[in-house]
Design a protein around this ligand. Structure first.
Ligand code: Q9C
Ligand code: ZN
Length: 337
């Protein structure tokens, strides 16, 4: 196993978010990764830092492929002085460059959970760089499980609409890079539907996408993640969603995971990317599944039985008391150091 992490993640530290007009404390905070790293160090996992350096040309090319280039150019150059929230959401589908920064952010940001801070680009591009580095490592060492622990997360960042605490789709960076060598499957086990990843690969068959999550009829991202979303054009038949009711237990989750993996196996991908969110845990403050810490080992054991070269990327998980134990339980399921 090889674990990369992003030591500079703390530069992105949102203070609050808005839900239904109310200001509430932010959930996607530096303490999450600090707790994960504390537990992994305690358990003597070697950790490789990926530093914040000017974004590499290869990463920029990958970002411009998976996201609208207008978005990447904008987020790379905007230098907000304070937390930037959209004031008006542009649903027209046409990017308009004029106006105040909060108006420009409305071209791309889809909610009030995802502020753009002065150092968001630095942190998000470093996480994307770490995941790209992980994907390269996996391509050279396919027998090794490669893990990237960093933040901010990415799976809600779509081609040109971002949100849900996500700015750049890290898993999609890896999927796009690896798809140039062989076909890729993305398995998203975060509590929330991986709508950004689905969006980016929706019309493609060389990257198949599969998400197990809370029914969007009840939970974020609300407008995507339904069972009947199967892909379009060349991607028709290459996306699967498994929406679930509240209160899902280990015993109820396991057969759903097996169905998802059976579908992935039937497509014979050369690489597997796991979008790992541990917000499915019973103690998560913003979610309502009932998975136990011990179950994450079984989840990983089930995934590793596929025998596909695997990259694990951190997404959500907001119970800072147990997030480290949950991630460590998952990694222990691979039986690799
Ligand atoms: N105040 C990820 O897990 N809902 N994003 C906020 C609670 C937004 C989750 C409502 C959830 C976004 C990466
Ligand atoms: Zn989530």
């Amino acid at each position: 196993m090889h674990i990369f992490y992003t030591p500079d993640h703390g530069r992105h530290a949102p203070q609050f978010e808005f839900f239904n007009g109310e200001q509430v404390p932010a959930s996607e905070i530096p303490m999450r990764l600090e707790q994960i790293l504390r537990v992994l160090r305690r358990e003597n996992y070697p950790l490789t830092p990926v530093q914040n350096t000017p974004v590499s040309l290869v990463l920029l090319d990958l970002l411009n492929t998976i996201h609208a280039p207008e978005y990447i150019t904008w987020i790379q150059n905007i230098q907000p002085e304070n937390a930037l929230y959209p004031s008006v959401f542009n649903a027209s589908g046409t990017v308009r460059q004029s106006g105040h920064p909060s108006i420009q952010w409305g071209n791309f940001c889809s909610d009030l959970f995802t502020p753009l801070l002065p150092d968001t680009w630095a942190a998000a591009s470093t996480m994307a760089q770490a995941v790209y580095t992980g994907a390269e490592r996996l391509r050279e060492n396919p027998q090794e499980i490669v893990v990237v622990m960093g933040r901010p997360p990415g799976h809600h960042a779509g081609r040109s609409q971002v949100g849900g605490y996500c700015y750049l789709n890290n898993a999609a960076v890896a999927a796009e890079f690896l798809s140039r060598t062989g076909s890729v499957a993305v398995l998203d086990v975060d509590y929330h539907h991986g709508n950004g990843t689905q969006d980016i690969f929706y019309d493609r068959s060389d990257v198949i996408t599969c998400s197990i999550h809370a029914d969007p009829v009840r939970k974020f991202p609300y407008f995507a993640g339904f069972e009947d979303e199967r892909g379009i054009e060349a991607g028709d038949g290459y996306n699967r969603n498994f929406p679930l009711p509240p209160g899902v237990t280990d015993e109820q989750y396991q057969p759903v995971l097996e169905s998802a993996l059976k579908w992935i196996h039937s497509n014979n991908p050369q690489y597997l990317i796991v979008s790992l969110g541990v917000d499915t845990h019973e103690s998560d403050p913003i979610a309502d599944f009932q998975l136990s810490t011990a179950y994450y080992s079984q989840m990983a054991q089930t995934i590793v039985q596929l025998g596909i070269p695997t990259l694990v990327v951190l997404e959500g998980g907001y119970s800072t008391d147990v997030i480290g134990d949950n991630v460590a339980s998952f990694l222990a399921g691979f039986n690799q150091r």
